[in-house]
Design a protein around this ligand. Structure first.
Ligand SMILES: Nc1ncnc2c1ncn2[C@@H]1O[C@H](COP(=O)(O)OP(=O)(O)O)[C@@H](O)[C@H]1O
Ligand SMILES: [Mg+2]
Length: 275
């Protein structure tokens, strides 16, 4: 069985005004199908990329996989477990919370500006009761900093003392703290300069090898995805319109929407593809 299985996943948002206003104005309910019967799966240690324009439903899928919002229909299993199953046991739920982590687009917005780096990285260690002793926690924080290319000298600094790329490294370190199996990367390099993007992508690739991580990698940028993914799913208005390996997708895109995304990324041919 695949490590991550997404089956007929849908999510509808209710955009209607309050009931009383709708009655006065004679309006119908306004429903938005943000995600519509999406199917895909990821094998352990592999990277699946979701691409699509802004508003195509990528983050909504990410949030459902992370267990943060509930599917309207369909289901997701991670290592065979469905977070939203009514019969799921609490200990399995909490182990899923530990093993699925998320990295967001804006590393500044996802870090508390008043917390020193050491506190940021200690928080998940404490929250999941991973290490009890103060000393052990500090050692683990130093280890995490090193794993993402920062140093233990950074432990007392605040987020604003780092560059954008370094801040994203802090977020990556925080996601690694609970020894996850699956990391959902939602546009992790979209807010970074191109030169820094490559460094962060390489770091993610190295960490994947080192810790056998599975990635759900989300981006609007096909060039970024081409260097990261084993499979790519193309999402348009909540519907997965095409799925293929990167080589196949770039050589022989089938759907018009994929062709349009490719033409919007003219430097794609210069990007080194995965072997
Ligand atoms: N909490 C929400 N309430 C209402 N509509 C939402 C909510 N979250 C997302 N949407 C809508 O769902 C659609 C998909 O959004 P999103 O998943 O964020 O797309 P993407 O990440 O691909 O840009 C958009 O039209 C967005 O406005
Ligand atoms: Mg998004």
């Amino acid at each position: 069985m695949s490590f991550l299985l997404v089956n007929q996943l849908s999510r509808i948002f209710d955009l209607s005004e309050p009931w009383i206003l709708r009655k006065i104005k004679g309006q119908q309910k306004k429903l938005l199908k943000a995600v519509d019967k999406v199917n895909f799966s990821i094998e352990r240690g592999q990277t699946y990329a979701l691409v699509g324009e802004s508003g195509s439903g990528k983050s909504t899928i990410a949030m459902m996989v992370a267990g943060l919002i509930k599917p309207s229909s369909g289901f997701i299993t991670i290592d065979g477990y469905n977070f939203f199953s009514p019969t799921i046991e609490n200990n399995i739920k909490s182990s899923l919370r530990k093993s699925v982590q998320m990295i967001f687009q804006s590393p500044y917005a996802s870090l508390n500006p008043r917390w020193r780096v050491g506190e940021v990285l200690k928080e998940p260690i404490k929250a999941f009761n991973l290490i009890e002793s103060e000393n052990g926690q500090k050692q683990r924080v130093c280890e995490l900093l090193e794993q993402v290319g920062l140093s233990e000298r950074d432990i007392n600094k605040f987020p604003h003392e780092f560059s954008g790329g370094q801040r994203q490294r802090i977020c990556i370190a925080r996601s690694l703290a609970s020894e996850p199996k699956l990391i959902i990367c939602d546009e992790p390099t979209s807010a970074l300069d191109v030169s820094v993007q490559a460094q962060v992508l390489n770091l993610l690739k190295d960490l994947q090898k080192q810790f056998s991580l599975t990635y759900l990698f989300i981006s609007h940028d096909l060039a970024v995805v081409s260097t990261m993914a084993n499979r790519i799913g193309v999402l348009k208005q909540g519907i997965l319109v095409e799925e293929a390996s990167p080589n196949k997708l770039f050589e022989k895109p089938e759907h018009d929407y994929t062709k349009m995304l490719l033409s919007a990324a003219p430097d794609i041919k210069n990007v080194s593809k995965i072997p």
